[in-house]
Design a binder for this molecule. Structure first.
Ligand code: GTP
Ligand code: MG
Length: 265
């Protein structure tokens, strides 16, 4: 029997339940097979990608928890918080695709793992410069952490004045059947450096416009001022610590007892 749809184009809107079986019957089985396998492969890749993101998210949480623990410990032991705040972010799919394109790599899971080292990002903001190094070293000392790269843009600021300590570390994520070493990018900086970077970020990714060079110069000068202030503030804090009487053993014990009821988040 001649198929009534064979001689004209079938739009997807026409494919209601009544005509669908007839329309499908016109597609050769080899094409149907190929379509089925392609769809299955695509769904499989989507699930793999989703799982990979989930594992990176776990690695990110682990690193954040490690910093939270360090902050709590410092608070209990030394009565101060070296970390002012912690931010985390998982790189968006759009940014991943953009970065792979820049690197001339096709979008597949192996390339994501091999070429992108900042899927999981943790930003640690400290009040003082010496605390940046203190918490970075305290993290790196932990025996489940492997350092992949360390870039010290505080010791050697970027041309535009950008300052931060960047670490790429590997942390194990334990799943029910597997242990995976996942990379996490950690950026450590002072509050002042962070303030500067968030403003500069708005300029960094903008294409040229009239007056951009002047703004870049102003920002560079501002970064110098911020750096000087960061150093002065740190020195004032050190002097204050020296001038304040060293507490007696009893005072330390009393302070620790007093802290017993401090809520631990
Ligand atoms: P990306 O490809 O941008 O990740 O840079 P990279 O692989 O050379 O690594 P780098 O350590 O230099 O920078 C990593 C991240 O640090 C960036 O994604 C930004 O979040 C931040 N960063 C680096 N340089 C600058 C800068 O000049 N200004 C600002 N605002 N942020 C920066
Ligand atoms: Mg990046």
């Amino acid at each position: 029997m001649k198929n009534q749809h064979q001689d004209k184009d079938i739009s997807f809107d026409d494919l209601d339940e009544a005509v669908l079986p007839t329309a499908l019957a016109t597609i050769p089985s080899s094409v149907m097979n190929a379509l089925y396998h392609q769809t299955k492969k695509m769904m499989g890749r989507m699930v793999d990608y989703k799982e990979l993101r989930m594992i990176y998210a776990c690695a990110m949480k682990e690193i954040k928890t490690k910093f939270d623990i360090l902050n709590t410990e410092f608070n209990l032991q030394y009565h101060r918080n070296p970390i002012s705040s912690i931010q985390t972010r998982l790189k968006s799919t759009a940014s991943i695709v953009e970065k792979l394109a820049k690197l001339h790599q096709s979008v597949d899971i192996e390339h994501i793992d091999e070429h992108i080292h900042d899927i999981a990002g943790v930003r640690v903001i400290c009040s003082y410069i010496d605390d940046v190094y203190l918490v970075a070293e305290a993290l790196l000392k932990q025996d489940d952490i492997t350092l992949v790269t360390r870039k010290d843009y505080i010791a050697e600021p970027k041309e535009n004045g950008y300052r931060s300590l960047h670490l790429i570390v590997k942390v194990p994520v334990f799943l029910s059947e597997r242990r995976l070493e996942m990379e996490v990018e950690v950026q450590l900086r002072t509050i002042a450096m962070d303030f500067w970077a968030s403003l500069e970020h708005q300029l960094h990714y903008k294409t040229d416009f009239d007056g951009k060079d002047a703004l870049v110069d102003e920002l560079r000068r501002c970064a110098e001022t911020i750096s000087q202030t960061d150093n002065e503030i740190m020195q004032i804090r050190s002097k204050m610590e020296e001038l304040i009487d060293i507490p007696t053993e009893d005072e330390i014990l009393f302070e620790r007892i007093r802290k017993l009821d401090t809520p631990i988040e």
